[in-house]
Write a protein that binds this ligand. Sequence first.
Ligand code: URA
Length: 435
Amino acid sequence: MERLVSTQHNPTFDPVGIIREKRDGRAWSPSQIHQLMENYVAGTFAEEQMAALLMAVVWRGMALDELAAWTEAMISSGRRIDLDALGQPTVDKHSTGGVGDKVSLVLVPLVASFGAAVPQMSGRGLGHTGGTLDKMDAIPGWRSDLSPDEVMRVLGEVGCLITAASSDLVPADHRLYALRDITATVESIPLIASSIMSKKVAEGTKSLLLDVKVGTGAFMTDLAEARTLAQRMIDVGEAHGVRTAAMLTTMDAPLGSAVGNALEVQEAIDVLSGAGPDDLRDLAVAEAEVMLDLVGIEGDPGVALRDGSALQRFEAMVQAQGGDPHAPLPLGRKLATVRADRSGVLRRLDARAVGMASFRLGAGRSRPGEQVSMTAGITCEVKPGQSVTTGQPILVLWGDDPSLIGSAEAALAGAIEVGDSPPSLPPPVLERLGC
Ligand code: URA
């Protein structure tokens, strides 16, 4: 293994010793962490060695000071954006991802309409949850690849944007995430916390709301584990001077009614127009209140949804990013309808299964870089707790490719439960943490 490592430029660097220390449960010093990350970025700490080290972290974890140093070392691998020139309070939001989670599309312009700058650098979807950029791509002409100058221009002119993080922002994370993906080392609280928080700190926001989803359709199904992840991310944010709060929110059923790219944009626009489903609007308002609180701005987000100011800001943001906010969205055809096989109350509509079915219709990707369909998706015509009668539509499948209906329907096996008594549903917001 040593032959893979050049020690010429790093006479004091002992890569095998560093791996062994974590393997044996000892903590690293900040200088060891910086040294190993610098050598990884420079190619003198091999991928095989990083893979072994990541597995040691999965088993042994990291103390908070290690995690803060690891995150700092990741940030130092690239550019760090300075938003001070905007002269406005900055606040962003990160969601760990859920089915039908289009809250960012509403929240970004909504919070900006109160005078905060919202620099949302977002990602693409993988698997059964969609990505914000994939959804926004449904808007004709809209561009996610803003240059650094464009980022500052759009933020200055409109006060908000949704853009892809450029490749020079935490480049170490691009490599580490790809390596974790193929070495079964994604599921580690310090590795997840550092991956998410390094990108948020590097994008320059001074305040941050984390929406940690919990439930069948989320990355985290266990409340205690979600709480630990949220607290770790808050600790890392605060260690880097970012005021950070978290909300643990329920993700057992899809959020809102629409799942799929263009369908979700349409639903977000409905909420921005003062309509749309209650659960989506209420969560967007609750999250906006916390974000405004983080930057010390008073205001009623519900009013900004009703009076058109949030919608106006959304349209200005879309236009500033090359899109046409008034062009028709690429909505697909109705491909199939899933109906209630008895009368009663919808007790369960499994978020993961609906997300998988939408993915199989073409709305999601299984590999980074894969194309996704803008038109494919599912609408939930009934939500848990509502009554149904035999034959009533529960789900409608949308898209352009009828050959995908069979596999989408197979993903829905066992996803719907109609019973006699109403379910006891968890509250939409389970807990709040941080300032
Ligand atoms: N999202 C990220 O950006 N990183 C992770 O490790 C997990 C989810």
